[in-house]
Design a protein around this ligand. Sequence first.
Ligand code: URA
Length: 433
Amino acid sequence: MLAVNFIEQKKQGKEHKPEDIKAFIDAYVRGDIPDYQVSAWLMAVNFQGMTTHEIVALTDAMLNSGERIDLSQIDKFKTDKHSTGGVGDKVSLILAPLAKAAGCVVPMISGRGLGHSGGTLDKLESIPGFKVGVSCKEFTQLVTENSLAMGSQTKSIVPADRKMYALRDVTATVKSIPLICGSILSKKIAEGINGLVLDVKTGNGAFMEEYSESRKLAETLKQVGEQFGIKVKAVITDMNQPLGNAVGNWLEVVECIDVLKGQGPSDLIEVTLTLTTWMVVMSGIEKNFEKAKDILRELLAKGKAYEEFENMVRAQKGDVEYIKHPENYKQAAVIKEVLAESTGYIKAMDTEQIGMISLNLGGGRKLITDEIVPEVGLIVKKKIGDKVEIGDMLCLIHANSESDFETAKANYLQSLKLDMKPVEPKPLIYESF
Ligand code: URA
């Protein structure tokens, strides 16, 4: 079918045939269909949606657009986690070594920041020397030898997603359930996993703000993932405020080190424990959810997960000295507090805006070619429900100039909504299914 007719079909809300989806994706990856036609099709999908049948075909076409990692020689259940993206979401850096410490095999391919949301790879790369760009062979070797690898999509894995993801980012087609499903599941299935835990974020810092949309995304991800023969657990978690306190690549690594050493913010610990527990249960290591969670708590408290984190950093050529002594890392030039100018209870935080503050400080990319500045970001000091008096510290900004600090401060103050009445915070974890 001609590309123009394929686009027209979706524009009219008709269902594509699986073979036409495959032909379109293959031709795009080969370079036979230009970005402008794919952009038009992405927008048509964005508005018209796709049936489950079509999403399965899209995922399959994307998955088979490149190499797949073969971990069949590892005679154990292989499991991973993926988040749909948020602000301060640093869970993977704690969860992966923690799951490994509990006996899971974790092949994890992650993404970079997208829009206001941070990316695991950018956080890992803030560790000097850490190599995320491993080949399929190196990735397989790391998983075989260490039961854990955290890497990026190489050129050969799901090239269709690499091209489409970049295009979606600049054509306002990120927030589309079929496209998110194809993107996440093709990458994850290509890793050679048997099970996947999905952290589907909901709220004003998530790609799906409305609960009903987040649930629909979670259901679709589960339904489509299961059709590829993997076990899928979906957990819907809150993203109406940053997760934990740190937002910004290196600052988030430092917060992860705290959690791995048995400290750190309670919301981050709870979300991480819940998701990792599902990985342990899914792997059959411990069938009882509460017992599995207790095992993980103990591994954190005893420093076992921290040890695995250090091992992983060493195995992937990161400089462990900075993990042992984060105080030696390069600091931002300006580290200043933002103080409350009124009294009340924090009622709401504009989480997307907070993500954009970090991005604008240099923690994210405005253009695909931008270099990340790892040391900038912010540390949130008051969260939803907290009481605030005039002069209390609301957050600590790490900026590289006074003017960046002033802009970030003004935007941060604008991102908060205060109320005179006490505020009940929203649940942290809504449901798992
Ligand atoms: N994460 C992904 O990997 N892809 C998306 O489309 C959104 C979040």
